[in-house]
Ligand binder design. Structure first.
Ligand code: 13P
Ligand code: SF4
Length: 305
């Protein structure tokens, strides 16, 4: 079968079976093309909640499918590839957070949305990469425990110096592997280009950037900018997608190794198989997990996240 034939089959099946396909921006182009919605993790879950479909197929990683389930427990939520996890989301467990809460009882626990549903049950408020600064700034408490990404946490701490932010050692192995040397080399190879970087990168990288923001933030910045050349400091698929979107501009990779193998686990054939009722994994969460994790997400929504 050709890519086009598989895409046509998916479009037919999803209409016939009332399936809403969500695809995170790090997915392959042929998957983005057949999705109902594309975007960053939180934007996708909000779209799923408002979509009238009974079934949601998440082409992304497990915590994203869990977030959809927490926000829309009445829907059938399928993760397109059962092995697509996010190593950062699984770095900590509930017991560690409980111990930290005992050690720092006067701290508000802020969780990056890239956490498991179980972890969210013991945290106070969620943040996304696009809303973290704005949410932390608004918290009534000045003492914050930020989990699990110390790079995003350090970025927030720099923007919100009035808060005392405790960080834990953790983060995205893909973004954290980028070094200052990568940034210096890319800048010297492309002196006219602006460097756009995700806050999951280390501080030594973000401090060299012209813009630091979420996946959607980076994409919007590049599309709207009058500049013509950009070095993309997030998952490499974004440079490719932007190149299609803005053919008159030039997009360069910050590092060849900025590839998330979990995001890349899903193929177009997996999506087809899921629409045919084969493969994928239906997300099920205990009702008490949904209720407790929902409070953490609702706290973010209440603060405008
Ligand atoms: P965004 O929410 O910025 O898309 O980030 C998701 C992610 O996994 C980044 O590595
Ligand atoms: Fe997780 Fe990093 Fe992959 Fe994003 S890029 S899904 S944070 S491992």
């Amino acid at each position: 079968m050709t890519i086009k034939e598989v895409q046509d089959e998916i479009l037919r099946l999803k209409k016939e079976q009332d399936i809403c396909i969500l695809a995170h921006s790090y997915q392959a182009r042929e998957i983005l093309e057949i999705a109902d919605f594309t975007g960053d993790s939180y934007a996708l879950s909000k779209m799923a909640k408002n979509a009238p479909h009974q079934t949601v197929l998440m082409c992304g990683v497990r915590f994203m499918a869990e977030t959809v389930k927490i926000l829309s427990p009445e829907k059938r939520v399928i993760l397109s590839h059962p092995q697509a996890g996010c190593p950062m989301a699984e770095q900590m467990d509930v017991e560690i957070i409980q111990q930290m809460k005992e050690r720092y009882p006067d701290h508000t626990v802020v969780a990056y949305i890239n956490t498991t549903a179980a972890l969210k049950t013991v945290c106070d408020v969620c943040v996304t990469s696009s809303s973290a600064v704005q949410i932390v700034r608004q918290l009534a408490n000045d003492k914050i425990l930020f989990i699990p990404d110390c790079n995003l946490g350090a970025f927030v701490a720099k923007q919100v110096p009035e808060k005392q932010i405790k960080l834990v050692q953790g983060g995205c192995p893909v973004h954290a592997a980028v070094t200052r040397k990568h940034a210096e080399t890319a800048k010297s190879l492309h002196p006219q280009a602006e460097l756009l970087v995700h806050p999951e990168c280390r501080p030594e990288v973000t401090e060299l950037a012209d813009y630091v923001g979420s996946t959607s933030g980076i994409m919007n910045y590049a599309v709207r900018s009058d500049k013509k050349e950009f070095i993309i400091g997030t998952e490499n698929s974004i440079a490719e997608h932007l190149q299609y979107q803005c053919p008159e501009k030039r997009f360069y990779l910050l590092s060849k190794s900025l590839i998330c193998e979990n995001m890349k686990a899903t193929t177009l054939m997996d999506v087809w198989n899921c629409c045919r009722g084969q493969g994928g994994e239906e997300i099920t969460l205990p009702p008490e997990t949904i209720t407790a994790a929902r409070q953490c997400i609702d706290a973010m929504i209440a603060l405008g996240g």
